[in-house]
Design a protein around this ligand. Structure first.
Ligand SMILES: C[S@@+](CC[C@H](N)C(=O)[O-])C[C@H]1O[C@@H](n2cnc3c(N)ncnc32)[C@H](O)[C@@H]1O
Length: 201
C-alpha cells in the first residue's frame, strides 16, 4: 500500500534517515553476526537504509525493492556510488528472486503497509537461504491504539483492518520455520517492535 502525502514527506525527511542510522539499524546489527554477503531490503524507501546497511554489514551485493517508483528513483539518485547495489520496483508479496537467494532480509517499517502481510513473510522465508536472517523493525496494531500512535493513526494511511498484532507476526514467522527473537519499546509513547528471525531449513 502506497504512502499518503503526509507519510511520504515524513519518510523523505532527513530526520527519518537520522533515526534509521543512529537508533534502528545499530540495534538490529547487534542482533546479527554481520556475516551476510547477499542482502535484500524490502520497502527500501529513499535509500537511507542502503547506506546504513553498507556501513554496518559491508555486503557483497545489495538489492532494495519498493512498490513506489518515486522511492526507487530517489534511492537510485541518493545511493548511486554503493558497490553492487541495485534498486528495483517490486512487491514484497511476490518477489521475483529464486528460492534461497539472500543471506539477510531487512525490514525497516514496511510490513505494516502490506494488507496480505502473511504473503510478505512467506516471500521473505522463501528467498532466504537456510540459516539466513530476517531483521525487522515494524509497527503492529498496538502502535496505533496507544500514546502518540492514536493521533498518527488519523493522518497515516495503513491497512488497519488487516494489520498484525506483534504476537501474530511472531507466530506467523514461527509457523513458516523461523527461530524468532523480539524486543519492543515505546519511546515518547510510540510503540514498536524489532527482532531477528533465523530460517531453520
Ligand atoms: C513507512 S515506509 C518505510 C521506508 C523505509 N524502509 C524507511 O524506513 O524509511 C514504507 C515503504 O514500504 C513501501 N511499500 C509498501 N507496500 C509495499 C509492498 N507491498 N512491497 C514493497 N514495498 C512496499 C512503501 O512504498 C514505502 O516506501
Amino acid at each position: 500500500m502506497l504512502m499518503n502525502s503526509i507519510e511520504y514527506w515524513a519518510m523523505n525527511n532527513p530526520v527519518r534517515g537520522f533515526v534509521q542510522r543512529h537508533y534502528e539499524a545499530p540495534r538490529l546489527r547487534r542482533l546479527s553476526d554481520g556475516s551476510a554477503n547477499d542482502i535484500l531490503e524490502i520497502g527500501c524507501g529513499q535509500g537511507a537504509g542502503a547506506r546504513v546497511i553498507y556501513d554496518l554489514f559491508s555486503p557483497q551485493r545489495y538489492v532494495g525493492i519498493d512498490l513506489d517508483p518515486r522511492m526507487i528513483r530517489r534511492a537510485r539518485r541518493r545511493s548511486g556510488a554503493l558497490p553492487n547495489a541495485t534498486f528495483m520496483e517490486g512487491d514484497v508479496t511476490s518477489l521475483e528472486f529464486p528460492n534461497a537467494t539472500f543471506d539477510l532480509v531487512m525490514d525497516f517499517g514496511i510490513v505494516h503497509h502490506v494488507p496480505n502481510w502473511r504473503d510478505a513473510l512467506a516471500e521473505v522465508h522463501r528467498t532466504l537461504k537456510p540459516g539466513g536472517e530476517f531483521l525487522f523493525e515494524d509497527l503492529p496494531v498496538e502502535t496505533w491504539e496507544r500514546g502518540i500512535g492514536i493521533p498518527f493513526k488519523r493522518i497515516a494511511d495503513h491497512p488497519y483492518d488487516e494489520m498484525f498484532r506483534e504476537q501474530e507476526f511472531v507466530d506467523e514467522l514461527k509457523a513458516l520455520g523461523f527461530d524468532v527473537e523480539t524486543h519492543d519499546n515505546s519511546p515518547f509513547s510510540f510503540y514498536h517492535f524489532w527482532g531477528r528471525a533465523e530460517k531453520l531449513s
